[in-house]
Design a protein around this ligand. Structure first.
Ligand SMILES: NC(=O)c1ccc[n+]([C@@H]2O[C@H](COP(=O)([O-])OP(=O)(O)OC[C@H]3O[C@@H](n4cnc5c(N)ncnc54)[C@H](OP(=O)(O)O)[C@@H]3O)[C@@H](O)[C@H]2O)c1
Length: 254
């Protein structure tokens, strides 16, 4: 299988896009390291993977803003190598600029940007040994301004530039660096930003009508893009920001 015996760290694997990516890459033979703060949700994803008959994953309860060194050390001591880093953990706080605080700015940037830089720096010496690669999960919000998500949009724009700079710098080390930039994807992130179930339902329906393909995204839309970029099929692709948005940006439907 495509990821047979490849060791893959996935941050934010306890939910949404990260959880689906863990399920998919495990089903393709990958030895997946799931990272998240919520032990119960991580355990649920581990159980899904074992139930599907995929290789037993390794879960690390950790906060990417504090525990990057432990995440990498534990991965290497458990598996002895690293092939792929998927920087997926991310948060949004929806708030207009005039109400937002610098603490919120720091929370978003610490999670969405600083942790990616830290994990990348710690993983590069290991990825160099395996001709490995990095896939960052960004957003179309890094490409277009989104109302009330200013700090989030800024963080994803910074992440996109980091992806391209890192691809440039690590190319000679035979490490590829790419990102997937999703449009709206149905995940628990909408609950996390404080929307009620009714608001989420309306939000999904209304936005689906605006998207050229007639729906917003599913987690499987994104996990398949991550799998492609992380695989050898993408061996000549680096520094790419892959929009996966049902045409939303092209149609200005964000
Ligand atoms: N859903 C969308 O519409 C959408 C669109 C574009 C881009 N994205 C991006 O896709 C990525 C995944 O989002 P999602 O929609 O799947 O959201 P989600 O379901 O809320 O999942 C977010 C994941 O990030 C983890 N996480 C957050 N802060 C963390 C921290 N400090 N340390 C460790 N893990 C942390 C969470 O785990 P714990 O809570 O267990 O720590 C969770 O597993 C994010 O980068 C997001 O910006 C999402």
């Amino acid at each position: 299988m495509e990821f047979n015996d490849k060791v893959i760290i996935i941050s934010g694997a306890s939910s949404g896009i990260g959880a689906e990516t863990a399920r998919l890459l495990s089903s393709m033979g990958g030895r997946v390291v799931l990272v998240g703060r919520n032990q119960e949700r991580l355990n649920n994803v581990v159980a899904d993977i074992i139930k599907a008959g995929s290789p037993t994953p390794h879960a690390i309860v950790a906060d990417v803003t504090k525990d990057c060194q432990r995440i990498v050390d534990e991965t290497i001591s458990h598996y002895g190598k690293l092939d792929v880093l998927v920087n997926n953990a991310g948060i949004n706080i929806e708030i207009p600029i005039m109400d937002a605080t610098t603490l919120q700015y720091e929370q978003i940037f610490d999670t969405n940007v600083k942790s990616v830089i830290t994990l990348t720096k710690l993983c590069v010496p290991h990825l160099e040994k395996t001709n490995g690669n990095i896939v960052n999960v960004s957003s179309i919000c890094g490409m277009v301004p989104v109302y009330s998500s200013t700090f989030y949009s800024m963080s994803k724009a910074a992440l996109d530039q980091f992806t391209q700079c890192a691809a440039n710098e690590f190319g000679r080390k035979h490490i590829r660096v790419n990102s997937v930039n999703p449009g709206l994807i149905e995940t628990p992130i909408f609950e996390t930003v404080g929307m009620s179930p009714d608001e989420i339902k309306t939000f999904i329906e209304e936005n689906g009508k605006k998207y050229p393909v007639g729906r917003i995204g599913r987690v499987s839309d994104i996990s398949r893009c991550i799998a492609f970029l992380a695989s050898e099929r993408a061996e000549f692709i680096t520094g790419t920001l892959l929009k996966c948005d049902g045409g939303a940006v092209s149609a200005a439907a964000y």
